[in-house]
Design a protein around this ligand. Structure first.
Ligand code: FCB
Length: 522
């Protein structure tokens, strides 16, 4: 067995953790991961924070975000087009209070060396930052309790030699920039119109720069946005029972034509804002990063993107093959071509504008992988006003099938962009077998195969540590390695996959025993 070439560690601060991983990584598994590989879990503030056992709701639950408004509004809950269960946020795992206990699980029970989590923009800036410039002025405006909380979170990670990967935008926007309820009711006239407005890009960049200065001494690895297309599609194109996102409106076109005479779908306006946001956040972080005096390590900045492989329903049918290609382009390539290469297809018509102000701003790509799409092709474009490249039926897509090979496929696709990758989310939610051992082993097997075939992958973050608040579904979809018991103490009970993940981490790879117990599906 060959021990793969070590990748550069992110910082000296985590050298010890890396060395430990190096040591175990070369000793164990029959299918080893690279030395210095990061093994972690992924979480998000809105989903994990609420539900504290003793900290009062007023502090534990951030009530200043669009998602808070969305899931607590009676009007939204009573409107079937939003698919919101409106489950009380108090049922969530309470990690705002229990973060140190959660990190102990990662360190002591799983043996991991990394945690992905998100800052909540609306916690830090519950009121508008428009017109406020400069670190000092922003610091005066920021909520001191929120800053102290995040400093304590990062200190707790550092004490345990756990690498923080910090997402700045995991779906939630402050209510002062996005009025979830008002925009759901009248998306063309609501004032605080989120990703459609002119303020969002400069203000999110300001927040990113502030976070880099404030927390840069404790954080080196940043993600700008989480899954932009999970905002664009369920927010503005097709909200479905699977996923909605505020404002949850369908196929609305902007009545004012753009410079080229198009009435763009609002979803595209939102996507273009998010493309700009990534680049401006990247610049703001690089410009403001506080380089840790002890380590001299500078920030690395990436984007977290959910990559969706597309399979033609009938591989012999040219229509399905074409439809799958179109879906793959729109769902995956459109956004990444712009954010990685600076090649923007703003009207989804193949006319590419190269933008230097977008290009070259991706230190790594965070890949979320859950499902492929099985695609039915159509004779002509399904939504010609959106793009000629919609020769597929978005209403008959088969999603959420377990398909481990898809992880191999998306990692190999990401490799073509020439940036290293981190698997920032992958996990299963089946009610009876949440965090199922076979899911974990089969996906890791495919990941290991991609690495052997030349992909540069620096780590894997399982979604998620403990059952948490799954957006419009509330607590009804459970993804946790640990089951959240419905008691006020928020007890976390390990599921079967905990032991499997622990074995993989301890061995630094997959053992022959695990590979034979959970072989790949034929
Ligand atoms: C991803 C999200 C994450 C969680 C998982 C199940 O799309 O990034 O917050 O909802 O799905």
């Amino acid at each position: 067995m060959r021990c793969p070439t070590p990748l550069p560690a992110f910082s000296v601060r985590f050298l010890l953790a890396s060395l430990a991983a190096t040591f175990i990584g070369c000793g164990g598994g029959d299918a080893p991961f690279p030395a210095g590989f990061y093994y972690g879990v992924a979480t998000a503030g809105f989903q994990n924070d609420p539900g504290c056992p003793t900290v009062p709701d007023a502090e534990c639950i951030d009530s200043h975000s669009d998602w808070y408004d969305f899931v607590t509004s009676k009007e939204i809950k009573n409107d079937p087009s939003t698919f919101v269960t409106g489950e009380p946020l108090q049922h969530a795992p309470g990690s705002y209070e229990l973060f140190a206990e959660d990190f102990d699980l990662v360190k002591d029970q799983l043996g991991g060396n990394a945690v992905r989590l998100s800052l909540e923009w609306s916690r830090i800036f519950p009121t508008s930052t428009v017109g406020v410039e400069g670190y000092e002025a922003l610091k005066n405006l920021a909520d001191p309790k929120a800053l102290a909380h995040y400093h304590a979170v990062f200190a707790a990670l550092s004490q345990r030699h756990l690498l923080p990967l910090v997402t700045l935008h995991h779906y939630t926007l402050p209510s002062w920039i996005h009025d979830a309820v008002g925009c759901h009711k009248d998306v063309l006239h609501c004032k605080a119109n989120g990703w459609l407005g002119k303020d969002v890009v400069p203000e999110i960049a300001k927040y990113a720069g502030f976070a880099a200065k404030e927390f840069g001494g404790q954080v080196d690895l940043w993600a700008t946005l989480n899954e932009p297309f999970a905002v664009v599609i369920p927010g503005y194109i097709f909200p479905t029972a699977d996923r909605t996102n505020p404002p949850s409106v369908s196929l609305v076109q902007d009545p004012t034509p753009d410079g080229q005479g198009h009435n763009r779908f609002l979803g595209i306006t939102a996507a273009l804002s998010m493309i700009d946001a990534h680049a401006r956040m990247y610049d703001a972080i690089k410009h403001n990063d506080t380089v840790d005096a002890g380590t001299g390590t500078a920030a690395r900045v990436g984007l977290v993107y959910n990559l969706t492989p597309a399979t033609p329903r009938d591989p012999e049918n040219p229509k399905d093959v074409q439809g799958a290609r179109d879906l793959f382009y729109i769902y995956n390539e459109f956004f990444l071509n712009a954010t990685i290469r600076g090649d923007l297809d703003a009207n989804l018509n193949g006319q590419i504008t190269h933008r230097d102000d977008l290009a070259g701003r991706m230190d790594y790509l965070g890949i979320n992988y859950y499902t492929r799409a099985i695609v039915d092709g159509t004779s002509g474009p399904f939504l010609p006003q959106l793009s000629q490249r919609t020769r597929f039926n978005p209403l008959t897509l088969t999603l959420w099938t377990e398909y481990p090979q898809g992880l191999y496929d998306v990692v190999m696709f990401a490799r073509s962009y020439g940036v290293p990758a981190l698997i920032t989310e992958n996990g299963s939610s089946d009610q009876d077998h949440a965090a199922a051992p076979h899911y974990l082993v089969q996906h890791l097997t495919q990941l290991q195969r991609a690495i052997t075939d030349g992909a540069r992958v620096e780590g894997y973050f399982y979604w998620t540590l403990v059952d948490n608040y799954e957006w419009n579904h509330g607590m009804s979809m459970r993804f946790g390695l640990y089951q959240l018991e419905p008691d006020s103490k928020k007890t976390r009970t390990p599921r079967e996959a905990v032991d499997i993940y622990r074995q993989v981490i301890a061995a630094g790879g997959l053992s022959a025993d695990l590979l034979s117990r959970y072989p790949l599906p034929q």
